[in-house]
Write a protein that binds this ligand. Structure first.
Ligand code: SAM
Length: 429
């Protein structure tokens, strides 16, 4: 998230600015106490356990307690920067639904929706394209671990038309009706979302899932753990475990050539479940995140107040993140689905027609401050020096989506080519 740092600092200066630090301090002390007592009881913990505790501990977790997004928070994301981002993803959803033969059902499933900005922009597109969506009533399904953020999402997407379930055994913990009139529900995990044709979106979700870290040594691969600093009981430090762990023996590829590797098995499990669901019920998944295609090494980092933050200092007061390894996601998806990408955000958005959309919005706006924001947002999303190159787009599709329909289906001698997948090839207007 380094690019976010400088550029976003400038970006937010033109917007609101305040700080939530004092409350975070208390939280981080409590989190540090929680982690040190855990380590005292069981010994050093894996980076994965550290990250999971810090981010999603049900009482003290960073995501569970905070609204960390936007100018007042620790980082800002593409849907928060420009409405165009969500609008183009909305068009992607409709385009994939149409390419699948306009099934009656259309579930929009979003992982980690943050403040709900992406879903809100997509729902506006669904409303505008109501004519094209005739024959289906879309439903919205949000997978969110944070009660605090689910409240923010519910407010933004439904106003007050939502309620908590109150019953543990219900798969959805909150449900309601969006301001555009669609059914909406919140879940803690993908397994709770009803099966059916779905378009899955995950924007900056996989980079928040816990990673294991490994270092190649003369003795073989060794796992990095988090321990208490023997010089200072209030400080944490990284240590290398002298013997192989279960994770170091099972998660490293035989032909691995890097010296340092990060693996996120939780991401692998989610992707395996996704590919199973897409193969069974149809649909598509679009994953957008910081990432690499199997070349990244030491990418674990922290962000607080839009600045880099040491990952072991004041745990719980800063966001923790690691680049997504798309080659690992592709491997975990297996052969149940077809995978496209990763391609850069710049390429994806340009293929989706971001330049044309910007021109349309500029033509319709005389207000100089709004015009300035639109142009700055566009630059931030697409400039290779900012978010344009480091962010990647990756899609998982049902195999049938890329296969030409059979002559029996079309009644023609020569089957037409399958429709191109928007974003992954140039949009012909
Ligand atoms: C970095 S934020 C991204 C927010 C949003 N997608 C955006 O781009 O603005 C990560 C989101 O994922 C949620 N999250 C993190 N870990 C999760 C988990 N294990 N299960 C479900 N949601 C999770 C967070 O609460 C938050 O909404």
């Amino acid at each position: 998230m380094e690019i976010k740092y400088k550029e976003v600092s400038r970006w937010i200066q033109s917007r609101r600015c305040s700080s939530t630090v004092p409350e975070k301090h208390t939280q981080s002390n409590a989190m540090l106490r929680h982690l040190t007592s855990k380590i005292k009881a069981t010994g050093p913990i894996s980076v994965s356990e550290y990250m999971r505790e810090v981010l999603t501990n049900p009482v003290l977790g960073y995501y569970v307690k905070n609204d960390m997004l936007g100018a007042d928070g620790d980082f800002i994301t593409s849907p928060e920067i420009s409405q165009i981002f969500g609008e183009l993803l909305g068009i992607w959803c409709v385009s994939e639904w149409m390419a699948a033969g306009k099934p009656k059902e259309l579930q929009l499933v979003e992982f980690g929706p943050g403040r709900g900005s992406l879903a809100s922009d997509i729902l506006r597109v669904f409303s505008q394209l109501r004519g094209a969506l005739v024959g289906t009533t879309p439903s919205v399904h949000l997978i969110e671990v944070s009660p605090r953020l689910s409240e923010v999402q519910a407010h933004s997407l439904t106003g007050s038309q939502n309620q908590l379930s109150g019953r543990e055994e219900e798969p959805a913990y909150r449900w309601g009706t969006t301001t555009t009139g669609l059914p909406i529900a919140w879940y803690r995990r993908l397994e709770d979302v009803p099966k059916g044709f779905s378009i899955y979106l995950a924007h900056e979700f996989f980079d928040a899932l816990p990673i294991h870290k490994f270092q190649k040594t003369k003795q073989g691969w060794r796992e990095m753990m988090v321990d208490i600093d023997p010089e200072d009981p209030d400080r944490l430090r990284f240590v290398l475990v002298p013997a192989p762990t279960l994770a170091s023996s099972t998660l490293i590829q035989r032909d691995e050539s890097r010296e340092h590797v990060e693996v996120c098995p939780e991401a692998g499990v989610v992707v395996q479940r996704l590919s199973g669901r897409i193969a069974e019920d149809g649909g598509a998944a679009l994953i957008a995140d910081y990432g690499h295609d199997g070349t990244g090494t030491d990418t674990f980092r922290g962000f607080r107040g839009h600045k880099p933050h040491d990952v072991l200092t004041a745990p719980g007061s800063a966001d923790l993140t690691a680049d997504v390894d798309f080659s690992y996601l592709r491997r975990m998806a297996g052969d149940q689905v077809a995978c496209l990408g990763p391609i850069t955000q710049r390429q994806f958005l340009q293929n989706m027609g971001i330049d044309v959309r910007l021109q349309v919005l500029l033509r319709n706006t005389l207000d100089t401050s709004t015009r300035g924001q639109l142009v700055r947002g566009f630059d931030m999303l697409t400039n290779p020096e900012k978010m344009g190159e480091r962010f990647k787009f990756f899609a998982m599709l049902a195999h049938g989506r890329l296969a030409p329909p059979s002559p029996a289906e079309t009644g023609k001698k020569r089957a037409p080519a399958p429709l191109p997948v928007a974003g992954f090839s140039e949009l012909k207007l």
